[in-house]
Design a protein around this ligand. Structure first.
Ligand code: 6R9
Length: 666
């Protein structure tokens, strides 16, 4: 981590003069957003979106309670208003004469596969999907699960839900059948939308068989999904190669493309649920983060416009999948609210080689490029020639999200990818926050590599010590937020108690982010990483409890404890300590057991949760009350046993030496 007195990168003059927010404007607007949120957010909401009905002007723009001792946590923004997010993302642009503008430039996995969809075409498709959904009885408030590859039909399906008021729950198409099943089981949709499959790199990824398996699991557990709408994505996986369950399955091409291309929009209340997105926490099963309509829209629209400094003519590309929050706010909603033209990429950045992103940048003249540190490090490792082979002269702004970006990766991104011309917006935020929270603004924030810099409008961060005392000025501690911002999640669907405990149970009256953070003498924020039992693998959150429960699900595993270790490309990797059942030795005789345990995790969660290390552990370091001391396991995994600290509180301190000795055999 660099210190604050190291090199800073002020915004270039030409960038400042054309930016939406210039120089000192940021601090003035920020102050207004905190001191007078009603004025600030009314203006933004009026400017950024089209409303069927405006919010009440006789009450505060945000009504909330952040303090469990005063009653249930609740947050309401723009009360009394009505709007439809699909209308805002699509129809109003067509009405304004932009029907011919490209909404999506689709780039398939293989170089020769591509396509385009204009706003007019998107409107037609969204209406057809909406009409199909209505024809099978889906209505306002109903859940729809979407498990699809990165093709325009994925955001279109999300928008169709928003159009008719259905609540979408997109599950990343890399999750296993069991994970998908548990999400379906939790939200109980009557309909699931999927595709035959996808292709990523050299691999064909059949999706329909995974959905079949998930739906089987669900029906055994008592939830019958009535309809499964399947897009025949023949460029990746053919229709002929997948099973078809007549009565339940329906081909998209038959059922959707035959519908009428007009469909009225539902007027939605400000606080009507918009979507659920499952994310990992420190305990138990992934939780359904619930976002609602008006506040989320204002947050996504404002951050997209100001953080990326979007202007008509920009070609924007966010590499995130719609299965993650980044793909919700910065593929489906934010850019379309601005009538932007964007790239949707189904493949991987290293296929057919590590120059793919820059080939696409040159081909489509991409001006704004937003990706994750793990991708930057992976491409950096392949060498500069894959980048310098392409001109990249269209690029003007770069973005980073998902985990702290190490200054080395930042500099490579800045100097090599951006030719030292393009400022990097390092955006800190979360599934729960809905939109960017701590981020530079291109025309006003001097950059420091590795720092997400300063809070966005309306965001009031605070750093607390472990007792909940606020640290003013410079310091390090837990990152909390003191007041609601428009796009904050409203609840954990079906479990408000978990919402309150997880986010408001740490210190009274504040939202707990789960991250550790340092503030420097310039007031810049430096995110350190999760302080809870969440591992950030390639920018994706994996709960240690989920991996442990998958391991323990294997008959040979008696107990498991999972910790993060540093990884050069992924940021963090999963390191699992495994105690086998009675009768097994550590390490076990059976050489296939390690693979079998790893397989159990992939089956329960998906390939993204694959442990990189299995460490055989005849015993785990526990306190006398039986609590596993993960702090010690982290040190052993990271080969930092010289700084183990006090181990005298362990029930059996000798396990530490046994584990160190066994490390080499694992
Ligand atoms: C958007 C997203 C959230 C967690 C968050 C933090 C980490 C995200 C970051 C960052 C440092 C950044 N994180 N962006 N850490 N700098 N720019 O990633 O949402 O998947 O919910 O993850 O990711 O630890 O708490 P989500």
């Amino acid at each position: 981590m660099v210190k604050s007195d190291e090199k800073v990168y002020p915004p270039p003059d030409d960038v400042v003069s054309s930016a939406h927010i210039q120089g000192k404007e940021y601090s003035e607007l920020y102050r207004q957003s905190i001191e007078n949120p009603d004025v600030f957010w009314s203006l933004q909401a009026n400017k950024l979106l089209t409303w069927n009905k405006k919010w009440r002007s006789d009450t505060a723009i945000c009504a909330y309670n952040f303090d469990t001792s005063l009653g249930p946590i609740n947050i309401r923004w723009f009360e009394g208003s009505e709007l439809n997010l699909c209308y805002n993302a699509v129809d109003r642009h067509v009405e304004a004469g932009y029907g011919d503008r490209v909404a999506f430039y689709w780039e398939g996995n293989d170089v020769e596969q591509d396509g385009k969809m204009t706003y007019q075409e998107l409107q037609n498709l969204v209406c057809q999907i909406s009409n199909y959904l209505k024809s099978v009885g889906i209505k306002k408030g109903d859940d729809v699960t979407i498990y699809m590859p990165m093709i325009p039909e994925l955001p279109a399906a999300m928008l169709a839900c928003a159009r008719i008021g259905a609540v979408h729950s997109v599950v990343f198409a890399g999750f296993s059948a069991e994970s998908l099943a548990s999400r379906i089981q939790d939200s109980k949709p009557r309909l699931v939308v999927t595709a035959t499959g996808s292709k990523r790199g050299p691999k064909e990824i059949p999706l329909k068989p995974i959905v079949d398996e998930a739906l089987d699991i669900c029906s055994k557990q008592g939830h019958m999904v009535e309809k499964c709408l399947v897009y025949d994505h023949h460029q990746a996986v053919s229709k002929e190669s997948v099973n078809f369950h007549s009565g339940r399955d329906v081909w998209w091409q038959d059922a959707v493309l035959t519908q009428s291309t007009s469909c009225p929009v539902e007027r939605m209340d400000a606080e009507a649920p918009l979507f659920k997105l499952y994310t990992s926490g420190s305990t138990g099963k992934p939780k359904a983060v619930l976002h609602t309509t008006a506040g989320y829209a204002v947050g996504a629209a404002a951050t997209f416009k100001y953080v990326f400094d979007y202007k008509p003519g920009d070609i924007y590309w966010c590499t995130a999948d719609c299965g993650w929050i980044t793909g919700h706010s910065y593929v489906t909603y934010g850019p379309l609210f601005s009538c932007a033209s964007q790239v949707l990429f189904e493949g991987v950045p290293t296929w057919p080689d590590a120059g793919r992103c820059w080939q696409i940048v040159d081909k489509l003249k991409v001006t704004i490029f937003y990706t994750a540190p793990t991708a930057i490090r992976a491409l950096n490792a392949k060498g500069d020639s894959y980048v310098t082979k392409y001109s990249r002269s269209s690029l003007r702004l770069l973005g980073s999200v998902g985990e702290p970006i190490n200054p080395e990766a930042w500099r490579w991104y800045y100097e090599v990818v951006g030719n030292s011309r393009c400022p990097i917006m390092d955006t800190w935020w979360q599934t729960e926050t809905g939109a960017h929270m701590i981020t530079p603004l291109v025309g006003s924030t001097p950059l420091k590599p590795g720092s997400a810099t300063l809070p966005f409008f309306g965001v009031e961060p605070c750093i607390c010590d472990e007792k909940g005392n606020e640290i003013h000025g410079e310091g390090e501690g837990l990152l909390m937020i003191k007041r609601p911002w428009p796009s904050i999640m409203r609840t954990v669907a079906g479990n408000h108690d978990r919402f309150e405990k997880t986010y408001f149970g740490m210190f009274k009256g504040m939202y707990f982010t789960g991250d550790g953070c340092r503030r420097d003498s310039d007031g810049y924020y430096w995110i350190i990483g999760r302080v809870d039992d969440v591992i950030n693998v390639s920018g994706h959150r994996i709960g240690t409890a989920e991996v442990e429960s998958a391991l323990v699900g294997h008959p040979a595993c008696a107990e498991a404890a999972v910790v993060p270790v540093e990884h050069a490309i992924k940021g963090q990797a999963i390191y699992a300590f495994v105690t086998l059942m009675e009768g097994y030795s550590h390490p076990p005789q059976d050489p296939t057991l390690k693979e079998a345990l790893i397989g159990a995790v992939r089956k329960a969660i998906g390939a993204i949760a694959t442990p990189d290390f299995i460490h055989w552990a005849p015993g785990l370091p526990k306190t006398r009350s039986g609590k596993i001391m993960r702090r010690i396991l982290r040190k052993i995994a990271g080969k930092e046993e010289e700084s183990l600290g006090d181990i005298s509180t362990l029930a059996d301190p000798s396990v530490v030496e046994t584990l160190i000795a066994l490390r080499e055999n694992s």
